[in-house]
Design a protein around this ligand. Structure first.
Ligand code: ZLV
Ligand code: CA
Ligand code: ZN
Length: 390
């Protein structure tokens, strides 16, 4: 292979099950599990698989998923059939569980959910058993799913299940979410505890951008005797933020949070819809800028669970997640920025065949985040962290 040695430092484990990849949400649906195939092909073409411990993840059991989800909802996911969506008598149940255009019923839905959830649960267990310092599941990161209903392309909240595993061994877990959407499901699940600090960076527009939550002042239950008060951090952003500003903001916020909260482990959701040119996103991040957040998170040397999330331009999702895998392996400097001739589906990476195409050149979105606004956000969050300590 092309010389990516097993790093002496951190043990990195890769948790995946290829049976996730062929699932189809439907013709015009933006979520494409196939992006995981493309990511894996890049990782293999670069020889990164030699430098990690590879695990075929199991499907999460019903009982494992029921640690967060309601049994009646899981029963529904298990027995519902694609045709049921058209049956009028089923309309109430579809509404109850928020099934519809965002969250359709497709072939193998329960299998899909239990496989991506199993990957995150396995990854969390590797960390707490001290068999890995960095555990990766790119098929996870489905941060909108609620206890008893689907939301925003997410059915089972694998992140919540992973954090519940980590909480068995760690007093405090920090959750970081760089998906362009607000990590509302994870925030809500741990809204009333001080044992999880959730931090989401996202586009925020209450009325015009999904899910419409995650304002700067949404920080946890406001009653002062409630332990969860101040333990939700939200970084609401406008269109068009660029690499340098985003990274500076990320470092200031995450650096302060880690220092104040001192977590036993970190869960990082790497939704790639915050990249420029994403089909659903509206930021201008490059693969390098997105990856720099992963690199910074790794510098703390705290056990790290890395999951995927959104990302709707598959060629760029796979570039970002392959690059981030190399960062986690401390091998980013050994990776050829020209995508190897040997990669499968190579035509998807043309005409540049670069791992780092300038994403914002063609379709740059105007940056509506003045420095003065970003400074206000940082100030407010540092103020919030003072309350959290006290
Ligand atoms: O990336 O959807 O805006 C993690 C994640 O964070 C909405 N949904 C809801 C609220 C009213 N609707 C619109 C319903 C549209 C249903 C179909 C699409 C179909 C084609 C292209 C785009 C969409 C779409 N849906 C764009 N944004 C939405 C959001 C949900 C976003 C979920 C993000 C998930 C995996
Ligand atoms: Ca986010
Ligand atoms: Zn998203």
């Amino acid at each position: 292979h092309n010389g990516i040695a097993r790093p002496k430092g951190y043990r990195v484990s890769w948790h995946a099950n290829p049976a996730v990849e062929p699932h189809h949400f439907g013709q015009s649906h933006p979520m494409k599990p196939w992006r995981l195939t493309l990511t894996k092909q890049l990782v293999i073409a670069y020889g990164m698989h030699h430098a990690m411990d590879l695990y075929l993840s199991r499907a999460a059991t019903f009982e494992e998923m029921a640690e967060f989800h309601k049994a009646d909802y899981l029963d529904f996911l298990k027995q519902v059939m694609p045709g049921d969506m058209e049956v009028p008598e089923q309309g109430d149940r579809m509404a109850t569980y928020n099934i519809g255009d965002d969250c359709p019923i497709f072939d193998g839905l329960y299998n899909y959910c239990s496989l991506y959830a199993g990957g995150t649960v396995d990854a969390a267990r590797k960390l707490v058993n001290n068999q890995s310092e960095i555990a990766i599941n790119w098929s996870g990161g489905l941060h909108h799913a609620k206890k008893g209903e689907a939301s925003g392309f997410c059915y089972v909240n694998d992140i919540v299940l992973g954090i519940l595993q980590l909480l068995r061994h760690h007093a405090r877990v920090m959750y970081i979410d760089i998906d362009v959407h607000h990590g509302d499901g994870v925030e809500q699940a741990f809204w009333s505890t001080d044992r999880v600090l959730t931090v989401s960076f996202h586009k925020y527009d209450k009325d015009n951008f999904f899910p419409g939550t995650g304002g700067l002042d949404s920080t946890g239950p406001s009653h002062p005797l409630n332990p969860g008060a101040h333990h939700a951090i939200n970084v609401p952003l406008n269109d068009g933020i660029e690499d340098d500003d985003y990274l500076q903001l990320f470092k200031e916020v995450i650096g302060s949070c880690v220092e104040t909260y001192n977590p036993g482990s970190i869960v990082l959701q790497c939704g790639a819809d915050s990249l420029g040119c994403d089909r659903l996103g509206c930021f201008n991040l490059n693969v390098t800028g997105h990856g720099a957040c992963v690199a910074y998170t790794k510098t703390f040397g705290i056990p790290l669970l890395v999951v995927g999330g959104g990302g709707y331009t598959p060629r760029n999702v796979s570039r970002a997640w392959a690059h981030e895998t190399s960062i986690l392996l401390d091998a980013a400097d050994k990776i050829d920025p020209n995508i190897p001739e040997t990669v499968a589906f190579r035509n998807h990476f043309g005409p540049d065949y670069s791992l780092f195409p300038p994403l914002s050149e063609m379709r740059r979105i105007e940056n509506k985040n003045p420095r003065s606004y970003l400074a206000t956000v940082v100030m407010a969050i540092k103020e919030q962290l003072r309350y959290m300590q006290g």
